[in-house]
Design a protein around this ligand. Structure first.
Ligand code: SAJ
Length: 427
C-alpha cells in the first residue's frame, strides 16, 4: 500500500488527505499546529468547509495526523507540501512555511521518496530554495536521491462542482522520472487529466499565470465600473450582454475589492520574481493598485450618496454586510471588508458589522440588529443570506442608502422603496 504524508492540514492539504484515504492509501497528516492535528484525529475539521467536515466524519480514523515528523515522513513513499505562501506587510513573498517544511522533511525523508510541492510559488523557487535545503542533507534531486516535483494546487473553496478529485492537474519535475512518478501518483487518485510539463518552472508559472490572469481581469472591470459610474451606464447589464458573444469574452465582475489568499497575493510572487530577474511588471502592479483601491471607491460611493441628502460620513451609522473575502465561505484572509471598515472609521463613521459565515464576525448579533442600528449599509460580501434577505427589511429599519459592493441586490426594488442605491458601476 502506498503511504503518503500531507504536510499542512489546511484548505488544500485536508481535501487531498481525504482523497488519498478514500483511495485506500495509508495517509499521515503532518502539521506544526497541534490543534489542527488533534482536530483531525477527532475526525473534526479545523476549517469550516462542509466538504471536509463530511469527509473527515465518513473516513473516521483513516487519516493519522501528527506533529511529529519522525512518525510520518520516514514511513511515506510520497510527501506532499500544502503549506501557505502568503505575502508579508510589504506585499513581498513569504516562503517561510515552504522553507521550514523542506528543512523538516529533509531531515526525515528516506531516499527515493517522491516529494511534491503543491503550494503556490514563483518560477524558480524549488530549484533555488528547496533543492539547496535537501542538498544540506546530501540529497541530490538531479540524481533522483529524492524525486522532486511541483503540482500547483487548484482548490477553489466553496466550489461545489470542482473538488480535489475532479480537478485537472499540471505536473513538472526536476527530472523526467520525478515528473512521471508524480503524474502517475495523481492519475492514481483523481478522475481528471494530469498534464506533465517540460520542467518545474513551467509548472510553477502555470498557477501564477492562472491567478494573475484573474486579478488583471477583475482590475479591468473595476476600472470600467468607475468609468461607467461617470457615464451612468450599468456595467452588469453590459457584461451580461457582452457574454452573449460565444467567443473571446470572459466575464469578470467589479466589486468592493479582491480578497483571499490566492488572487490578492499570487501576483506579488510574479512581481517579485520579475524584479529579481530585472523585469518590471507594470501591468500586474497596476492591476493590484486598482483592486486595492476598490474598498476606498466603495466608501466614496456612500459619501456621494450622502451628499445628495446633505449628510456626512462623520458621525454616520453605517452597517457593513459581510467580512468574508467571497460569498458563502468563512475565510476573511485579505478581505476587502477590513479596508472598507477602516476607511469608514477613519472618516468618523460608527460601523456595525455582521457576517453569518464568520464566527464572532462582527459587533451585532444578527442582520436585524445591524439594520436597526444603521442608517446606511454597504454590502461587501455577496453571501446567500444577504442576497435572499427580504428587502422590505430595509424599509422597515428606515435604511436611507444602500451601497451594493457586489452588485447582487435588486436595485430597482430598493429604489422603488425610496432608498438611494448605488452599486459598483451600477446605479
Ligand atoms: N472577485 C471579484 N470579481 C470577480 C471574481 C472575484 O471582485 O469577477 C473577488 C472576490 O470577491 C474575492 C476575490 O476576487 O474577493 C477572489 O475571488 P475568487 O473567486 O478568485 O476566489 P479565490 O480567491 O478562492 O480563488 C480561487 C483560486 N483558486 C486557486 O488559486 C487554486 C482561483 O484560481 C480560481 O480562479 C477561483 O478560486 C475561482 O475561479 O473561483
Amino acid at each position: 500500500m502506498v503511504s503518503v504524508t500531507i504536510v499542512g492540514l489546511g484548505y488544500v492539504g485536508l481535501p487531498l488527505a481525504c482523497l488519498c484515504a478514500e483511495k485506500g492509501l495509508k495517509v499521515y497528516g503532518f502539521d506544526v499546529d497541534k490543534n489542527k492535528v488533534d482536530s483531525v484525529n477527532r475526525q473534526t475539521s479545523p476549517i469550516d468547509d462542509e466538504y471536509i467536515v463530511g469527509k473527515l466524519k465518513s473516513l473516521r480514523n483513516r487519516i493519522h495526523a501528527t506533529a511529529d515528523p519522525n512518525e510520518c515522513i520516514p514511513n511515506s513513499d510520497v510527501v506532499i507540501v500544502c503549506v501557505p505562501t502568503p505575502v508579508d506587510r510589504n506585499n513581498s513573498p513569504d516562503l517561510t512555511a515552504v522553507m521550514n517544511s523542506a528543512s523538516t522533511i529533509s531531515k526525515f525523508i528516506k531516499p527515493g521518496t517522491l516529494l511534491i510541492i503543491e503550494s503556490t510559488i514563483y518560477p524558480g523557487t524549488i530549484e533555488e530554495i528547496v533543492l539547496p535545503i535537501l542538498k544540506k542533507q546530501k540529497f541530490d534531486a538531479y540524481r533522483n536521491d529524492v524525486l522532486v516535483a511541483h503540482c500547483p494546487e487548484r482548490i477553489d473553496p466553496g466550489n461545489k462542482q470542482f473538488k480535489v478529485n475532479n480537478l485537472p492537474r499540471v505536473v513538472g519535475g526536476i527530472t523526467k522520472e520525478a515528473a512521471e512518478k508524480a503524474a502517475e501518483f495523481y492519475r492514481s487518485i483523481i478522475d481528471a487529466s494530469v498534464t506533465e510539463v517540460s520542467n518545474l518552472k513551467t509548472a510553477e508559472a502555470t498557477k501564477i499565470i492562472e491567478n494573475t490572469f484573474r486579478d488583471v481581469n477583475i482590475a479591468f472591470v473595476n476600472e470600467m465600473a468607475q468609468s461607467f459610474d461617470k457615464a451612468g451606464i450599468d456595467i452588469m447589464e453590459v457584461i451580461q450582454v457582452a457574454s452573449t458573444k460565444p467567443f473571446a469574452f470572459m466575464p469578470h465582475y467589479p466589486g468592493a475589492g479582491v480578497g483571499g489568499h490566492c488572487i490578492a497575493q499570487d501576483p506579488y510572487y510574479m512581481i517579485e520574481r520579475g524584479k529579481q530577474l530585472g523585469f518590471n511588471h507594470e501591468f500586474l502592479k497596476l492591476a493590484r493598485k486598482i483592486n486595492n483601491y476598490m474598498p476606498h471607491y466603495t466608501v466614496e460611493l456612500l459619501e456621494n450618496e450622502l451628499k445628495k441628502i446633505k449628510k456626512a460620513l462623520k458621525g454616520a451609522k453605517v452597517g457593513v454586510l459581510g467580512l468574508a473575502y467571497k460569498a458563502n465561505v468563512d475565510d476573511t484572509r485579505e478581505s476587502p471588508a477590513f479596508e472598507v471598515i477602516n476607511v469608514l472609521k477613519t472618516k468618523g463613521a460608527e460601523v456595525f458589522v455582521f457576517d453569518p459565515h464568520v464566527k464572532n464576525g462582527g459587533n451585532v448579533k444578527d442582520l436585524d440588529e445591524l439594520l436597526n442600528k444603521s442608517d446606511y449599509i454597504i454590502l461587501v460580501t455577496d453571501h446567500r443570506e444577504f442576497k435572499e434577505m427580504g428587502l422590505e427589511k430595509l424599509k422597515k429599519h428606515k435604511i436611507l442608502v444602500v451601497i451594493d459592493g457586489r452588485n447582487c441586490l435588486d436595485k430597482e426594488r430598493i429604489k422603488s422603496m425610496g432608498i438611494l442605491y448605488h452599486g459598483i458601476g451600477r446605479s
